[in-house]
Design a binder for this molecule. Structure first.
Ligand code: SF4
Length: 287
């Protein structure tokens, strides 16, 4: 039923997946290979109806739907509303509809459009921020600045969306890891997201490393350096109540807590891992 590869956030593991788009409309981030094999396209209503028909047979298995692939929020608002309404009509007992959203998608939509989307039932957004540092954002070709990311995320929060943001540890490399930690924490402190996830950069193709090196002098970090960066990041955070997860298969260490409440305990766990040289081996990491 799906056109693979298909990605969803770890927290959507039990959700029904409706493939509304294929690929990512940006698809230019230098470190990202997720959708490199796919040309971006928006599936037509016939295809979406067909998938919904099949999902209805599984609907007892879940009360959540994740709209895949990449940034579904880039769709024209009317089209997105039509899809959300169709999902709700076919699966009336749903508790949550969610999707990925790019910061640019949030900026392009007016508050009224975002409100209409939220009111229709798409209430949770996953936003890949990757870094709060402008040198890194420009070097990886993310297509947005730190200020634009913050503006887009605050717009979503103002409307009421539950906001889950993702950063990539190690993206600054040896040269920029300190400013990656510091500027990312600054961005997160201003956004105050509901959920925050740290993934860790995993480069499987040497060509990608060369490209990042040319773009902003990236050279890879050792696992303990990545964790030093995590320490710096945690120490700079000032959050009211953000659920924090570092539990992706790409991470060297698993951390979970609520920030800032659990910050000191998390810092101690990272320090212990560094002191004991005790973290996931590189060969066990995956995307
Ligand atoms: S916006 Fe996200 S999915 Fe698209 S290329 Fe960048 S990191 Fe990959």
């Amino acid at each position: 039923m799906y056109n693979y590869p298909l990605f969803r956030p770890p927290s959507e593991a039990k959700s029904l997946i409706l493939q509304v788009t294929e690929g990512c409309s940006h698809n230019r981030c230098r470190f990202c290979t997720m959708y490199k094999t796919k040309d971006f396209k928006v599936n037509g209503m016939d295809e979406i109806n067909k998938q919904l028909h099949q999902l209805k047979t599984f609907s007892k298995a879940g009360d959540r739907v994740f709209l895949a692939d990449g940034n579904v929020l880039c769709l024209k608002t009317n089209k997105l509303l039509e899809i959300i309404n169709r999902v709700r009509a076919e699966l009336p007992n749903l508790k949550r509809i969610s999707s990925y959203a790019g910061p640019k998608d949030l900026l392009r939509k007016s508050i009224e459009e975002l409100q209409a989307i939220y009111n229709a039932g798409l209430t949770m957004l996953y936003v890949g921020i990757e870094s709060g540092d402008d040198t890194i954002l420009s070097g990886v070709d993310k297509g947005v600045t730190k200020e634009e990311i913050i503006e887009g995320c605050l717009k979503a929060k103002k409307v009421g969306f539950s906001l889950s943001v993702m950063l990539i540890s190690g993206l600054g490399g040896q040269k920029l890891y300190k400013q990656h930690a510091k500027h990312s924490a600054e961005a997160i402190n201003r956004i105050q997201p509901d959920f925050l996830s740290l993934l860790t950069l995993l480069i499987e193709d040497n060509g990608v490393e060369e490209e990042l090196n040319k773009a902003y002098g990236y050279t890879s970090l050792l696992p303990r350096d990545v964790l030093e960066e995590t320490l710096l990041f945690l120490k700079e955070l000032n959050l009211n109540s953000t659920v924090f997860r570092m539990n992706h298969a790409s991470n060297y260490l698993t951390l979970k807590g609520v920030l800032n409440k659990d910050r000191e305990a998390l810092i101690k766990t990272v320090e212990k891992a560094i002191n004991e040289d005790n973290y996931r081996e590189d060969y066990l990491r995956s995307l």
